[in-house]
Design a binder for this molecule. Sequence first.
Ligand code: HEC
Length: 196
Amino acid sequence: MSKLLWAGIVVIAACGGKQQAATGGGGEDGMSTMDKMMSESMTMSSDNGAEFGPLEIGADWATYVKMNTTPVSSETHGGRLVDTYVNPMGAAAYLDENAEIPIGTVLVKTSQEPDGSPGPLFVMEKKPPGFAPEQGDWYYAIHWAAPSAAWTKKLGGPIYWRTPSHRANYCFECHENYDRALGGVPEPQRIKSLPE
Ligand code: HEC
């Protein structure tokens, strides 16, 4: 993929909101943390894991356990709505804040743009020790197959940034601030137990 495609400065979808408060960032629209992180990623050269293709890890997210009862609004990110799915291997551990997340756990966060169109998919997988020790052996990916017209213009097309691409480094830079590197579902909207 041409490096020129990546030249535009971008703000993609935000992943979470709590960090805004933590960093004191955020102006009117509260997106400055994500803006900064995304913009830095966009200026990076193309590398292994930055080329677009069909979603690989997490492609079967529709079969996972949905962890929220109603769409979660990331208010500090323009009211984007998100849903969080965890594969059966990790679902119980996700709900138990004291549990260790098992290797092979895959988490997928789907998102919706304020206009209702599909936003990016955010994917994490807990990998075996040694995969990426500098980021807790977590794999991260952002996949957006059909960005809105405005975003397509900014991004140059669809994106799929994933570990080991530097473009996915910003995920952990924020996630490392959280217990177990998980942002979590707000308690009132979290399911109370696993579905039968
Ligand atoms: C500025 C902070 C921040 C950044 C950057 C960020 N996240 Fe998140 N992420 C959160 C927060 C907070 C939550 C929980 C609330 C929510 O879903 O919005 C979350 C939730 C998630 C979840 C659901 C599982 C969970 O509970 O953590 C996944 C999967 C995820 N993020 C992947 C990613 C990926 C992939 C990237 C990079 C492309 C990324 N995140 C970048 C803060 C962030």
